[in-house]
Design a binder for this molecule. Structure first.
Ligand SMILES: C[S@@+](CC[C@H](N)C(=O)[O-])C[C@H]1O[C@@H](n2cnc3c(N)ncnc32)[C@H](O)[C@@H]1O
Length: 203
């Protein structure tokens, strides 16, 4: 997907997930699990490919100290405005998720969230992203990846479990759970998203 072009023409259907109660409820359930037994502030969280900052803002509202990174300036402009309207604190960095150390995001993230970046990468970039996450995540971090299955179909490449394991050699997948995201019926039939959340912790 050419995100630069997509944002320039106002094409960002992934943002529709924010209006899908089933998806939002599942997201909240999964975050509650990460927060359970603790009180806010929950610590540093990194929202990879933050786009318009939708999910980073959700994390900030919940009590995480969030940094969002994206490599499309127009997306970050939208995120800036959304953050302002939400009245939350969230730091934004323009940079590449496959070069996190060079981007200046910092380190020690307890939660690393990716809603839709990893699964559109080829294997080399998936592995670069995994290495960079490994370098900036805290020892007790959780990584949450939202992944479409790997299939031949329009727009999104998807990723296999083996690719995820290959990109995160020092990590183990602890959960694979349906996101409950529903596209409009016509797109559902064409794109068959059946996406899942993969939760990873260090081995
Ligand atoms: C499917 S969109 C998801 C956006 C946002 N996470 C959401 O769910 O609304 C993927 C995002 O990843 C960003 N992205 C893609 N490749 C990237 C890279 N190499 N470095 C940083 N961001 C990237 C895109 O610009 C886009 O905003």
């Amino acid at each position: 997907m050419n995100y630069q072009f997509a944002y320039s023409v106002g094409f960002h259907p992934w943002e529709d997930a924010a209006a899908d109660p089933a998806f939002v409820n599942r997201f909240c359930e999964l975050m509650e699990r990460e927060e359970s037994g603790r009180t806010p502030p929950f610590g540093p969280a990194l929202d990879l490919g933050t786009g318009s900052g939708i999910w980073g803002i959700q994390l900030a509202r919940r009590g995480w100290q969030v940094t969002g990174i994206d490599n499309v300036a127009k997306a970050l402009d939208r995120a800036r405005e959304r953050i302002r309207q939400a009245g939350v604190e969230m730091r934004l960095v323009e940079g590449d998720v496959t070069a996190l150390r060079a981007s200046g995001v910092g380190a020690g993230f307890r939660l690393v969230l990716d809603t839709g970046t990893f699964h559109d990468f080829d294997t080399d970039r998936q592995q670069a992203m995994g290495r960079e996450i490994d370098a900036v995540a805290a020892p007790d971090a959780t990584v949450m990846l939202l992944v479409w299955p790997r299939r031949v179909r329009p727009l999104i490449r998807g990723a296999t479990r083996e690719e995820i394991e290959g990109a995160f050699p020092g990590w183990k997948i602890t959960h694979v759970e349906a996101s409950h995201f529903r596209l409009p019926k016509v797109l559902q039939m064409i794109m068959r998203p059946d996406e899942h959340w993969y939760r990873l912790c260090r081995q």
